[in-house]
Design a protein around this ligand. Structure first.
Ligand SMILES: Cc1ncc(COP(=O)(O)O)c(C=O)c1O
Length: 400
């Protein structure tokens, strides 16, 4: 608490701008942790949330149901590929991951395979800050090192990027251990908070194949990548593979209210469709399926239908690639990479992250480097000149 820089008081947000209480206006380069995909304060989302506020801000979603949650579940099932048809709502990404892990564990318990208790996660993964999510994240890369020995042990392995890592996972590890595993969990195409590290679609196809051959459930965590961020509506579409369980959050409500979803395919749902109540998934967050949050999510899906979001992402990708490329020649820059509306400048080392953050604010840019990466994940509605102000700020600040 002594080392953290004082937080900047915000008065209001608008479009891609953050208005500070002291009168300064920052261009937002990260869309409030990758959530505000339509920009801040979109009138359609505000109107739909206000309408829902008049009718019913909240009612419990157990024994009772309501149209905003029912509509949202139906729309998500229609939008998602394959038979990802069964939606379980919760209130944050980490909880959606906990539910996915519990679903996978109980899938096997309900089928009488009680020894399948562990998961495969991948190096550099980040799946959230709760205990189960931390256990399948990379403690070395991430923020969880202090807890590493207190967490249920899982297997953190190399992604199968090439023949050698595929053989290590398939022949060496899964052949020996598949019988004790419930499933594998991965962030498709981009590992976000673990360092904005990309992999190609073939990795996901290999994981689907391995999961099928070794009889494991495959979980895709699209909490960061879902809703257009990597260029398709969902990152998995680029690989043409569908997981057994999927997690969504962040941009689900257009970044306005807390909501998450864990979506199961028919096979997983089938393991819970039993005559014994003990087969039920006993998980019930108090605010699951909050009607205001569901109204915001339905309004966000309207905007994806009515406005050219994916074309905007493609234009952002082209502009980021063009403008960030010039950073490659700067001293200390190790790599520049772009995927959809994600632009990354990776440094060889970053010793004083707070100083770098201060210099971005001084340049009227809200950019929050972490680890060794400086990154942009702007709203999809950002204007080209606003995006140029952000890439200029990165170039000027890194040039010293
Ligand atoms: C891929 C991924 N999974 C899970 C989470 C956790 O979500 P939340 O912060 O809403 O708990 C995050 C958050 O950054 C994430 O990027």
């Amino acid at each position: 608490m002594r080392t953290e820089a004082a937080a900047l008081p915000v008065e209001r947000t608008e479009g891609c701008r953050i208005h500070l209480a002291d009168g300064r206006v920052l261009i937002d380069g990260i869309a409030s942790w990758w959530t505000a995909c339509h920009g801040y304060n979109h009138p359609h989302i505000r109107a739909e949330v206000a309408r829902q506020l008049d009718i019913m801000p909240h009612v419990m979603l157990a024994g009772l149901t309501h149209a905003p949650a029912e509509n949202l579940a139906r729309r998500l099932a229609r939008l998602l590929p394959g038979d990802l048809d069964h939606v379980f709502f919760s209130d944050s990404g980490s909880v959606a991951v906990e539910i996915a892990l519990k679903m996978a564990l109980q899938y096997w318990i309900n089928r009488g395979a009680t020894g399948r208790r562990q998961f495969v996660g991948f190096k550099a993964a980040y799946h959230g800050d709760t205990l189960g999510a931390m256990a399948v994240s990379d403690a070395e890369e991430g923020m969880h090192r202090a807890f590493a020995r207190a967490l249920p042990p899982q297997h953190l392995l190399d992604l199968p990027r090439d023949a050698a890592s595929l053989a290590a996972l398939d022949d060496d590890f899964l052949n020996a251990n598949a019988g004790s595993l419930a499933g594998m969990i991965v962030e498709p195409l981009v590992q976000g908070a673990g360092g904005m590290i990309f992999h190609d679609a073939a990795v996901l196809r290999r994981l689907r194949d391995l999961a099928d051959r070794h009889g494991l459930l495959l979980i895709f965590d699209e909490i960061f990548t879902g809703f257009g961020r990597t260029g398709r509506m969902f990152a998995m579409e680029e690989a043409g593979v569908v997981p057994d369980i999927l997690t969504l959050s962040k941009a689900l409500t257009g970044g306005t209210l807390a909501l998450a979803a864990t979506v199961a395919n028919r096979k997983v749902f089938g393991a819970f469709l039993a005559d014994e109540p003990s087969a039920a998934l006993m998980h019930g967050p108090t605010f699951m399926g909050n009607p205001l949050a569901c109204a915001a999510a339905n309004a966000s899906l309207d905007l994806f239908e009515r406005e050219p979001r994916l074309e905007q992402v493609a234009a952002i990708e082209r502009q980021l690639a063009r403008e960030l490329e010039t950073c490659r020649a700067l001293p200390g820059v190790k790599d520049v990479r772009v995927k959809g509306a994600i632009g990354v400048v990776e440094l060889a080392r970053l010793d004083d992250v707070e100083e770098l953050r201060r210099r971005f604010v001084a340049a009227d840019a809200w950019i929050r480097p972490f680890g060794r990466v400086v990154y942009l994940t702007p709203s999809f509605t950002i204007a080209p000149d606003e995006l140029t102000q952000l890439t200029d700020a990165i170039r000027r600040v890194l040039a010293g």
